[in-house]
Design a protein around this ligand. Sequence first.
Ligand code: SF4
Length: 319
Amino acid sequence: MSRFAKSPWIIHYDASSCNGCDIEVLACLTPGFDVERLGVVNTGNPKHADLFLVTGAVNEQCRDVICNIYHQMAEPKVVIAVGICAASGGIFRECYNISGGVDSVIPVDVYVPGCAARPEAIIDGVVQALGVLEKKQKEMAALASNLDRTQYLHADKKDAPEILGLQKTAYQRESAAYGDDCLPALKQTLPEIEAEFDHPAAPAAAEPPVAPPPAPGRTVFLKAVVSGKIIGSVRGYAVGDTTYLSRLIVHPYFQGRGIGRRLLEELEKDFPEVRRFEACAGQKSERSLAQLQKLGFQEFKTGPGPVPITWVYLQKERQ
Ligand code: SF4
């Protein structure tokens, strides 16, 4: 049994519950069921929590709070939707201010049925969540132990769904910084990313105007692969003597291990004829900006994009 199963830390958030499910969650903690005797800890700090337990449907007021809690939790993490409202919106589903269940804003791993969900069902949901957490933890650990065997390869269109999923995961921290999901990387759809493979001369419409349209056939997608799983990616295209790179992404669990640096080095090798590299990031994306600066990029201008973000443009000369 792992440390998670021995003592899972849970953060509970009441989205827009009628309080029926919350009372049942409290019943789990009080002497009748007393899950603390089994090592379950109810914490108020997302950074300490392994499981995120949500009751109630999602409305406009709690949407950002749910996202913020989720993004502050460390990987691996598991989300439990407790009650029919958290699962689908329930009886509030058609209300003007309800966007749906918890999975309308974050991925949910375990659904606990009921209105209200019974304490026994909630405890069963936590036990299921521990199984999911354990599985995720083992997968991450297995990948991490093989990082020295990471392959840096060209991606093709069949990789688009996996790269898009990774992109949405990697940009969650940015989403928290900007307070909504206006970032082009988070809004991109599967047909749009597939179109980038099909028609490299047509970057996504929501992209900031970093460059003139690329020459056909010069867009390159790279992927970092461990044990068959994509954990990082970057794309770039050349115009004249400049390569414009975008979407340098690494799974949050594997950040800070040199994968972003290797992806950039590999991308540079794909464009031996260019002398200059250009990238951009949102002004509040401190981590991305710091990473690019660490890799030798220097800011040369800022400017607004087609979405309400101030973009910082950085460049680097080939060494
Ligand atoms: S599922 Fe039922 S008890 Fe739970 S929050 Fe919704 S209406 Fe209330």
